[in-house]
Design a binder for this molecule. Structure first.
Ligand SMILES: [Zn+2]
Length: 355
């Protein structure tokens, strides 16, 4: 199975391999799994396997496999949310439109151009508009030979049950940390301590870890965000509100960036909980172990748990379109006070001077 590039996922890969060999592929697949777990890599691998010219597909090396890997194959199309317009103000589309699905329908009615199978990959299928999903449903209900649809989603609950029922559903679970660390080392030559850190930060989704091993900027961004977070924990209210205002401004640019920052908060406070419970080996932020151990003394387990719940609540409220300023300011007020203050600077006073 050397041509399968997706990391891990041996169960799903062997199932697809058996279907290919037995000639009993589904007309439509739904790959379900968290972001960066490998859904797109697997979909491209399947498209390769269907069009590969070698004896044991996917070989990854024939002209067909190479074209698919570099998105130049005429019979393999990917649709998803795209950025509209060309100004610097361009915003990503909110939905996959019915026009995109109509184009795809038209294309699927034509025979393959250069390969054996036409493959349509719908990335972020949860973003299909209602109209688009209904339109797609009609296509899925009337399967065409040599046409395969692959829907990818991180949030299957947002997909209509009728669409799901027309697809063979395959779940891609997060990978064990050790597996990702080993892959980072063998594929990209990442040294063990860094491989371990990246693997843990990726939470079982190797895509992020692979990107971060090639682009130092990602790890640096995490370090900067984490340093700011550590500053804020011991900052006074004024500084915390300044931080909240910065997050609100960021939220208006990119909701996802703020969710990522809150995920860092969650990871950090969960790590505190683990350290408190003596489970040092399970922490995510392995490079901050000394800081975590020191800080764990400052708080009770109950305080840490309460704050973890507060961060989770804030994330949920932001997803449900609550007022971001209110949510983030409340979160800043929920940061627990240190239990023990041994000659450090006095605790922040609750003197909010702001409108
Ligand atoms: Zn090939």
């Amino acid at each position: 199975m050397s041509g399968w590039q997706v990391a891990g996922q041996t169960k799903v890969v062997s199932l697809l391999q058996r279907s290919l060999e037995g000639g009993n592929l589904a007309h439509a697949y739904l790959f379900v799994g968290p972001p960066h777990v490998g859904k797109m890599t697997l979909a491209l691998n399947l498209a390769q396997a269907l069009n590969c010219e070698a004896a044991e597909p996917p070989c990854g090396e024939c002209a067909s496999c190479q074209k698919i890997a570099s998105a130049r194959h005429a019979d393999v199309q990917i649709i998803g949310l795209t950025t509209e317009g060309n100004s610097t103000e361009a915003k990503p589309q909110a939905e996959i439109s019915i026009d995109q699905i109509r184009q795809l329908q038209h294309s699927s009615s034509l025979p393959p151009f250069e390969g054996r199978y036409k493959v349509f990959i719908i990335d972020g299928a949860e973003f299909l508009s209602n109209e688009a999903a209904n339109c797609l449903l009609k296509t899925l209900e009337e399967p065409v030979d040599r046409v395969v649809f692959i829907l990818l989603t991180a949030n299957e609950r947002l997909l209509p049950a009728t669409v799901i029922s027309r697809c063979q559903r395959l779940e891609l679970p997060p990978l064990p940390t050790a597996e990702i660390a080993a892959a980072l080392n063998s594929r990209w030559g990442v040294e063990p301590p860094k491989a371990e850190l990246l693997a843990r930060l990726s939470h079982g989704c190797p895509g992020w870890a692979f990107s971060a091993s090639l682009d130092d900027g990602l790890l640096q961004q995490r370090t900067e965000r984490m340093n700011r977070l550590l500053d804020i924990i011991s900052a006074d209210y004024e500084e915390r509100f300044t931080y909240a205002a910065q997050l609100v401004a960021q939220f208006n640019q990119s909701r996802e960036a703020v969710q990522e920052i809150l995920d860092l908060w969650l990871d950090y406070w969960r790590d505190l909980m683990l350290v408190k419970a003596g489970c040092h080996n399970d922490i995510t932020n392995v490079d901050l172990e000394a800081t975590l151990i020191k800080m764990a003394d400052d708080y009770s387990l109950a305080q840490i748990k309460t704050f973890v719940n507060s961060v989770q609540a804030a994330k949920g409220q932001l997803r449900q379109n609550a007022n971001p300023r209110l949510v983030l300011e409340v979160l800043m007020l929920s940061i627990p006070r240190k239990e023990r203050r041994s000659g450090e600077k006095p605790a922040a006073q609750f003197s909010v001077k702001h409108g």
